[in-house]
Design a binder for this molecule. Structure first.
Ligand SMILES: Nc1ncnc2c1ncn2[C@@H]1O[C@H](COP(=O)(O)OP(=O)(O)OP(=O)(O)O)[C@@H](O)[C@H]1O
Ligand SMILES: [Mg+2]
Length: 217
């Protein structure tokens, strides 16, 4: 069974004339890292938002076709089911962080899903170790560098243990050193069997992908 299957997907935002894309078909195998490229405005972010359910939950419009997550139509999944299956990280980390400390930030998602306190603590220790930021757990995310903030955004997504991770241009605001660290973490996650979708237009960031698809026209 595929981790993600996109079938004849078309989407047009509410109050706009043109479809962003029409009849898009592709699938992602479990454990695969798929890169999505395409020129600016070609619909990469919109496509990611369809795969993680933000379209049509948050972004309204005309949606046709299907998105299957491990064989289940995403429209039949609850929000809790969706966020524990698919994690999504965006370009600007500061829009994704809102808690006074990193510990609070990381606990927020699982606390809302009523995950046991002890389990939250275990996950937090493991994830802070993976991103090598154990010493920062009591710090305010606002005081971190952009690269560190992006690592915390990744960590808070991983706290829900999603098997699919969508990264939408997560390296574009990050310096070379930060990029190398993030790539390394994505490779580690890939080794652990996560299914990863990366959107990026820098070729150098795409060498972690098993397959590249290009969207547009
Ligand atoms: N909320 C919205 N309402 C209406 N139109 C939108 C909305 N978001 C995006 N669009 C339009 O949909 C098209 C695709 O945008 P999208 O952000 O998905 O492209 P992208 O490939 O991610 O671009 P970039 O590389 O710049 O991030 C664009 O024409 C954009 O103007
Ligand atoms: Mg985009």
């Amino acid at each position: 069974m595929n981790a993600v299957e996109v079938k004849n997907l078309s989407f047009k935002y509410k109050d706009t004339k043109e479809y962003v894309f029409k009849d898009v078909n592709f699938s992602v195998r479990p454990g695969e890292t798929l890169a999505i490229t395409g020129r600016s405005g070609s619909g990469k972010t919109t496509l990611c938002n369809c795969i993680c359910g933000l379209v049509p939950r948050l972004y309204k419009g005309e949606l046709r076709g299907e998105v299957l997550i491990f064989g289940e139509n995403i429209k039949n999944l609850s929000i809790a089911d969706t966020v524990t299956k698919i994690g999504v990280i965006f370009q600007n980390p500061s829009t994704q962080l809102f808690s006074p400390t990193i510990e609070d930030e990381l606990a927020f998602g699982p606390e809302n899903l009523c995950v046991d306190r002890e389990e939250i603590g275990l996950r937090m220790n493991e994830i802070l170790r993976i991103i090598n930021m154990e010493d920062y757990r009591h710090d305010n995310p606002n005081n971190l560098s952009g690269g560190q903030q992006q690592l915390i955004a990744i960590a808070s997504t991983l706290m829900l243990k999603p098997s699919i991770l969508i990264c939408d241009e997560i390296m574009s605001w990050i310096d070379d050193e930060g990029r190398a660290i993030i790539k390394d973490i994505l490779l580690k996650l890939k080794k652990d069997g996560k299914t990863i979708i990366v959107v990026d237009h820098e070729n150098e960031n795409l060498d972690i992908a098993d397959r590249i698809i290009c969207i547009g026209d």
